[in-house]
Ligand binder design. Structure first.
Ligand code: NDP
Length: 246
C-alpha cells in the first residue's frame, strides 16, 4: 500500500513547475489528482498523462485563480469527479517584482487575487468536501520571512499573508481534524525562476548549498505533509530553501 492510496487531491497551478511536480508525486504516492491551469492546456494534459501513468485518475481543469467563481467551480469539479477531496494544494502563482512606485493598482489587485483571495476561496470550497484527515497545503515562499533584495514588496506581502491565513485555518479546522500548512520554497528551478537565468547569481550567493532546489525537492515536502508525516503539523510553515534564509 502506498502512502496516499485512495486520497483525492487538487493542485492549483499544476501544469508546470512546482505544481506539476507536486501533482506527479502525489499520484506516485497513490492519490487521484486534479490540476488547474490557465494558459497551458497541453502542459496540463501532459501532467494528467503522468498521473494516469501511475495508475491513478487525473483531471485538468481550466480555472484562472484570479477569478473567484472559477476557483470554486474547479474545487467542486474535482470533488465531484473523485467523490470527495482530501488534499488541496494552493500553488498557482506569479512573480511580480520591481519598485513599488512602478506597480499599478491593477497589478497589486491581480497578485493578491491569485496569491491570497484564491487560497481563501479554494479552501472555503474544499473544506465543504473534506472529512477528518484533510490537508490544506499552500505554496508560500522563503521571501515571506526574509527579503534580501529590493523590488519584492508585493510578492513578499502576498506570501506573508499565507502565514496568518494558515494560522487562522488551523484554529478553525483543527477541531475537524483538517490541518493547514505552508510550504515555503526558496529558489527553485522552474520557468518562473530558472537556475540558469539572469537573476540566479545573487540567489546562489546567499544559498549555503550553492544550488537551486529542483521542483521535486519541494514536492517531496508537500507529499510528506499530505501523508502520515503531516498528521500533527498544523498552522505553521516549512521552509525548503537549502538554508538561504538561515
Ligand atoms: P511556474 O511559473 O513554473 O508555474 C506557475 C504555475 O501556476 C503554472 O502551472 C501556471 O499555469 C499556474 N498559474 C499562474 N497563474 C495562474 C492563474 N492566474 N490561475 C491558475 N493558474 C495559474 O512557477 P513555479 O512552479 O516556480 O511556482 C509555483 C509556486 O511556487 C508559486 O506560488 C510561486 O510563487 C512559488 N514559489 C516559487 C519559487 C521559485 O523559485 N520557483 C520560490 C518560492 C515560491 P499555466 O501554465 O496555465 O500558466
Amino acid at each position: 500500500m502506498s502512502a496516499l492510496d485512495g486520497k483525492r487531491a487538487l493542485v492549483t497551478g499544476g501544469s508546470r513547475g512546482i505544481g506539476a511536480a507536486v501533482a506527479a508525486r502525489l499520484a506516485e504516492d497513490g492519490a487521484n489528482v486534479a490540476v488547474t491551469y490557465v494558459g497551458s492546456p497541453e502542459r496540463a494534459e501532459e501532467v494528467v498523462a503522468r498521473i494516469e501513468g501511475f495508475g491513478r485518475k487525473g483531471l485538468a481543469i481550466r480555472a484562472d485563480s484570479a477569478d473567484a467563481d472559477a476557483v470554486t467551480a474547479a474545487v467542486d469539479a474535482a470533488a465531484g469527479a473523485f467523490g470527495g477531496l482530501d488534499i488541496l494544494v494552493n500553488n498557482a502563482g506569479i512573480f511580480p517584482n520591481g519598485p513599488l512606485a512602478e506597480l499599478s493598482v491593477e497589478e497589486i489587485d491581480h497578485t493578491l487575487a491569485i496569491h491570497v483571495r484564491a487560497v481563501l476561496v479554494a479552501t472555503k470550497a474544499a473544506v465543504a468536501h473534506m472529512t477528518e484527515g484533510g490537508r490544506i497545503i499552500s505554496t508560500g515562499s522563503n521571501l515571506a520571512e526574509r527579503v534580501p533584495w529590493p523590488g519584492l514588496s508585493l510578492y513578499s506581502a502576498s506570501k506573508s499573508a499565507l502565514l496568518g491565513l494558515t494560522r487562522g485555518l488551523a484554529r478553525e479546522l483543527g477541531p475537524r481534524g483538517i490541518t493547514a500548512t505552508v510550504v515555503q520554497p526558496g529558489s527553485t528551478d522552474t520557468e518562473m525562476n530558472p537556475a540558469g537565468g539572469a537573476g540566479a547569481a545573487p540567489q546562489l550567493d546567499l544559498n549555503p548549498t550553492g544550488r537551486y532546489a529542483q521542483a521535486t525537492d519541494v514536492a517531496a515536502t508537500v507529499a510528506y505533509l499530505a501523508g502520515d508525516g503531516g498528521r500533527f503539523i498544523n498552522g505553521t510553515a516549512i521552509t525548503v530553501d537549502g538554508g538561504l534564509n538561515a
